[in-house]
Design a binder for this molecule. Structure first.
Ligand code: THU
Length: 138
């Protein structure tokens, strides 16, 4: 693994420690490399469960606030037995800012297991920013 990936693993692991998960107890940390910067997020759960936000989408929000819009690499860290890949909604959200770069997504367990895939492998045949052009109303 590259030094850059290791930096993302560290950032995602730190973020995971800040997860707010009173309902599932399942902590997730994510880190995104964009424009040379590292942007991290953790999952935040809400008593009204469906409005909870995954770590990946919170990392995207941090990236946007950092002024970046082009995802170069992604790392997701959990303590599951097998690496946790991003949920379907997060794959779509990552594609919004990763369709041009098709970043490597590395999913890592606290126990040291890792799996890496291109985002396009996780979301084949994706609908994305280049799939349509705004049409005139009506
Ligand atoms: N979760 C993430 O944050 N990212 C994933 O990739 C999978 C699931 C969160 C959502 C919820 O807070 C908890 O994990 C259990 O589903």
């Amino acid at each position: 693994m590259s030094a850059q990936t290791e930096q993302l693993v560290m950032a995602a692991t730190t973020a995971r420690g800040k997860a707010y998960v009173p309902y599932s107890g399942f902590r997730v940390g994510a880190a995104i490399l964009a424009g040379g910067g590292v942007y991290a997020g953790a999952n935040v759960e809400i008593a009204s469960y469906p409005i909870s936000v995954c770590a990946e989408r919170n990392a995207i929000a941090a990236m946007i606030m950092g002024g970046e819009r082009r995802i170069e690499e992604v790392v997701v860290v959990t303590a599951a037995g097998e690496p946790t890949t991003p949920c379907g909604a997060c794959r779509q959200a990552l594609w919004e800012f990763g369709s041009e770069t098709d970043p490597i997504v590395t999913c890592v367990t606290m126990g040291g297991r890792r799996i890496s895939n291109r985002l396009s492998e996780l979301l084949p045949g994706a609908f994305g920013p280049s799939s349509f052009r705004p049409q005139p109303a009506g």
